[in-house]
Write a protein that binds this ligand. Structure first.
Ligand code: XUL
Ligand code: CO
Length: 455
């Protein structure tokens, strides 16, 4: 085990507080700090992703890789490179002090010339990952299969016009589900990166939906067959790389699950920048999923307000994350889920140390948003306003309407008889926005609190 890919950093990264000038210290994040009766680490369940952070060289569509990543150097033996990459990742994660990681099959082990060779490569690397996990205590938040990079998946995996591609994808997911189970993963994710279309001129929407439903049913069946007790998660995204992706947003996924008898089998892994690509706020997607009981996990990142694509930047806005954290904490928190940094450095952030700055900043932003959200939950000011707004629905009229005792005819007759005389009331939006800001500003006083602090 080599321990010097991040020789400039002596871990574990310590809590320095707001007054610390050390850029390699946490300003807010403290694993043991108790927030609303639970350790911060257990609220946030932070994960590092092996793809953008360890399996990407910084290349883009216009240029080659820019990052200093010795394990991605061209010409290396693929399995030796995979071992070096894993060593580097575990050195990074232990120095950063995160409890979890996430990976695709192809992040861990290279694709071979045949399916059998790929499967053997993966099994060999899973044994290595298992040993690293036992040595460091870092756990698996979720595993997933890459069903979008290889040319065979250009027209989709489950939704491919060719059933042999469906079969190939099924084989890949079967192995990765079993690998996730073997490594004690808390969840298994399916992101349908190419389950969508480029043109409707060659696409049969109904047929592709039926194929996707069949595939996801088979995955749920296999989960039960092997006794995997983690959560299955679908990750919505409206487009990119396809023009249109079927798992467009949380509401679309929810409707799909209901239509195909899969409610209860799947929850959602909500990614911040996917929410904004779908024309929603992240707050909206989280509130929707929590309301429908399908909130599973979060891929935490951010987009760029000027750009219409998935920039996957590290999160840095407490204001935006606080509102989502408020919904998450209020709904009981992420149970098997966590906050996975599905995030990319900018291409000019070439040094390996930049990975530390980025994750430290992201974790501090999350921690601070959690403190703000806890304040909102504890004071219940927003919740009281929301409840008061619907108070009328607790009256006899409200319950009779909802239970079906009233019809258009009875309501029309009672309205015509002058029984109802409703008056509009203020929604108090600006007042509520002021309350949120007050919590954000007040958190200044609490953010640097020590580990014993209640909030
Ligand atoms: C792509 C994306 C994926 C999934 C896992 O936008 O978010 O990395 O999280 O396949
Ligand atoms: Co993601």
């Amino acid at each position: 085990m080599n321990d010097d890919y991040f020789g400039d950093v002596t871990g574990p990264i310590a809590f320095g507080g707001l007054d610390s000038a050390d850029p390699l210290s946490f300003k807010v994040y403290q694993p043991d700090r108790v927030v609303l009766g639970k350790r911060m680490e257990d609220h946030l369940r932070v994960a590092v992703c092996l793809w953008h952070s360890f399996n990407w060289s910084g290349s883009d569509v216009f240029g080659a890789g820019t990052f200093d990543r010795p394990w991605l150097a061209p010409g290396l033996d693929p399995m030796a490179a995979a071992r070096t990459k894993l060593d580097a990742a575990f050195e990074f994660m232990t120095k950063l002090g995160v409890p979890f990681f996430c990976f695709h099959d192809r992040d861990l082990a290279p694709e071979g010339r045949t399916f059998a060779e790929s499967a053997t490569n993966l099994d060999a690397m899973v044994a290595e990952a298992e040993a690293q996990m036992a040595r460091t205590g870092v756990k698996l938040l979720w595993g997933t299969a890459n069903l979008f990079s290889h040319p065979r998946y250009a027209a989709g995996a489950a939704t491919n016009p060719d059933p042999e591609v469906f079969a190939y994808a099924a084989a890949q997911v079967k192995q990765m589900l079993e690998v996730t189970h073997r490594l004690g993963g808390a969840n298994y994710v399916l992101w349908g990166g190419r389950e969508g279309y480029e043109t409707l001129l060659n696409t049969d929407l109904g047929r592709e939906e039926a194929q996707l439903a069949r595939f996801l049913t088979m995955v749920a069946e296999h989960k039960h067959r092997i006794g995997f007790t983690g959560t299955l998660l679908l990750e919505p995204k409206p487009q990119e790389p396809t023009k249109h992706q079927y798992d467009y947003d949380c509401a679309t996924v929810d409707g799909f699950l209901v239509r195909h008898g899969l409610s209860g089998e799947y929850k959602v892994n909500i990614e911040v920048n996917h929410a904004t690509l779908a024309g929603h706020s992240f707050h909206h997607e989280v509130a929707y999923a929590a309301g429908r009981g399908i909130l599973g996990s979060v891929d935490v990142n951010r987009g760029d307000y000027q750009n219409g694509w998935d920039t996957d930047q590290f999160p840095n806005s407490v204001d935006e994350l606080s509102l989502a954290l408020y919904e998450i904490v209020r709904s009981g928190g992420l149970t098997t889920g966590g906050f996975n940094f599905d995030t990319k450095l900018r291409r000019q952030s070439m040094d390996r140390t930049d990975l530390f700055y980025a994750h430290i900043g992201g974790m501090d932003t999350l921690a601070r948003a959690l403190v703000v959200a806890a304040g909102m939950v504890e004071r219940e000011t927003l919740a009281r306003h929301r409840e008061a707004r619907y108070a009328g629905w607790g009256t006899q009229l409200g319950s009779e309407i909802l239970s079906g005792k009233q019809t258009l005819e009875t309501l029309a007759a009672r309205t015509a008889a002058g029984e109802f005389d409703p008056h509009p009331v203020s929604g108090r939006q600006e007042l509520l926005e002021n309350m949120v800001n007050r919590e954000i500003w007040a958190a200044d006083r609490r953010s640097g609190a020590g580990p014993d602090s209640r909030r």
